[in-house]
Design a protein around this ligand. Structure first.
Ligand code: SF4
Length: 148
């Protein structure tokens, strides 16, 4: 993650057609706290938006968002739980692997709507969220199940 920490970027979400939320990525991992928060703000039961994802290489099982996401408003293309969206959504187009802590930049996910460096003062760095990401990864690891 070190090399990407200081990379400043901005995503032009206004010009996008919700590519990040409408594709079947299986890496929107959820902690139990995130599940409870989403259920509380949306009124939707966890069983309706939580799926289990098993890492085929390691056998680790995580909770993850069932995609395509039911919180994506098909009319507006906006997230209905934006202020409470999961950390994995906040991090996009970065993907942080909870097992290794390694971050990758999934730039094709945003395509031409990904600006780095941004042309203006806006934008953010992974470093800005470092402590939150560290706590989130710790929770995910504490809660994962190993099958076998
Ligand atoms: S929770 Fe919101 S930001 Fe995350 S995938 Fe669903 S619609 Fe997109």
């Amino acid at each position: 993650m070190r090399g990407l920490l200081g990379l400043k970027l901005r995503t032009d979400c206004e010009s996008c057609v919700s590519k990040c939320c409408s594709q079947p990525y299986d890496w929107v991992y959820l902690t139990s706290r995130e599940c409870a928060r989403l259920a509380a703000v949306s009124g939707v039961g966890e069983e309706e938006f939580v799926a289990e994802r098993e890492d085929a290489d390691t056998g680790h099982v995580f909770r993850a968002l069932n995609l395509p996401c039911r919180f994506l408003d098909a009319q507006t293309g906006r997230c209905k739980v934006y202020e409470s969206r999961p950390m994995a959504c906040r991090l996009f187009p970065f993907h942080v692997d909870p097992l290794t802590g390694d971050a990758t930049l999934y730039s094709p996910g945003c395509g031409e709507n990904l600006l780095f460096p941004p042309h203006d003062e806006e934008g953010w760095r992974l470093a800005d969220l470092r402590e939150e990401v560290r706590r989130w990864v710790g929770e995910l690891r504490d809660e994962l199940v190993v099958k076998g």
